[in-house]
Design a protein around this ligand. Structure first.
Ligand SMILES: Nc1ncnc2c1ncn2[C@@H]1O[C@H](COP(=O)(O)OP(=O)(O)OP(=O)(O)O)[C@@H](O)[C@H]1O
Length: 269
């Protein structure tokens, strides 16, 4: 698969994949390992993790600090290279791609949202949403950008700069920017971490709506969070400890998630 061309990737559009029945999973991760070496220290951040995120699923990843949550998200999104294992999105194994093909796949099929909104302060909401398209050399279609902002409830804030928006509105701009290219998968690392509880709840409701909206073209959302209340908004919560998957809960309550986390924290002591 190494050196796969962009044409080959484009043939495997996520939208086509379900129709053709090739890959019922939005993301398939197989025996993923990632080791960090700093000085004489070796940290196995991910240790042969295998997990799939089905089409239509909203998954939360939880675990104690340092358990490998962000590393898993970064490797799954093609932002970091694992030592071994596979990540398959839209029928394409990311780990087999050269840098150019990986950049194209990320651009066309993967959205990423961070805790810090990472908006450019001098640009309007519209210009921030357009930015990834412009950086990719694509002329932004006005209607597409307007639709992306409307989908996150910001049709009437398109001309505002980040300083003129609330935290929740800024994160909505970041989500519109992540979704403007209609990616198959949205990866979110603590998307509500900088928001108050009520604003975070609204944002999670918007993510759920986007996942259910056929026009958004979104197959799956994978979110890292430390907050059991936030995790309980997902369909499934998976738990990591010491770089390994150690369990999952389906449609759990916040109390169930909190209890499982307390158990994992106690195991570390
Ligand atoms: N760039 C890096 N260099 C060295 N070690 C790293 C690096 N990134 C992560 N690690 C180590 O890998 C392990 C997993 O880190 P990771 O950030 O994935 O955990 P996490 O579960 O997201 O943690 P947190 O909840 O604190 O954000 C930790 O022990 C961390 O110190």
């Amino acid at each position: 698969m190494r050196g796969k061309s962009s044409e080959q990737i484009m043939e495997e559009q996520p939208g086509a994949r379900a129709e053709r029945g090739f890959a019922p999973q939005a993301v398939q991760i197989t025996q993923l390992s990632r080791t960090y070496r700093t000085g004489g220290t070796v940290v196995r951040a991910l240790d042969e993790v295998s997990i799939a995120f089905p089409v239509g699923s909203f998954t939360a990843i939880m675990g104690p600090s340092g358990s490998g949550k962000s590393t898993l998200l970064q490797c799954a999104a093609g932002l970091d290279r694992p030592d071994s294992g596979q990540v398959t999105i839209g029928g394409t194994d990311l780990t087999g791609l050269d840098e150019t093909a990986l950049t194209l796949l990320r651009r066309d099929h993967i959205g990423f949202v961070f805790q810090s909104f990472n908006l450019l302060p001098s640009l309007s909401a519209t210009q921030n949403v357009e930015l990834p398209l412009r950086l990719a050399g694509v002329r932004p279609d006005r209607a597409t950008v307007a639709r992306a902002l409307a989908a996150v409830g910001l049709a009437d804030r398109a001309g505002h700069r980040p300083a003129q928006l609330s935290g929740g509105q800024q994160q909505r701009v970041a989500i519109a920017r992540a979704l403007v290219a209609r990616p198959a998968v949205l990866f979110a690392d603590e998307p509500t971490g900088a928001l108050d509880a009520a604003t975070g709840k609204e944002l999670l409701a918007t993510l759920r709506t986007l996942l259910q909206d056929p026009d958004a073209g979104l197959d799956s959302i994978v979110m890292v969070t430390h907050d059991p209340v936030v995790a309980a908004h997902a369909d499934r919560v998976v738990f990591l400890a010491d770089g390994r998957l150690v369990g999952e809960l389906l449609r759990p309550t916040a109390a169930q998630v909190a209890a499982r986390m307390t158990g994992l924290e106690a195991d570390r002591c």
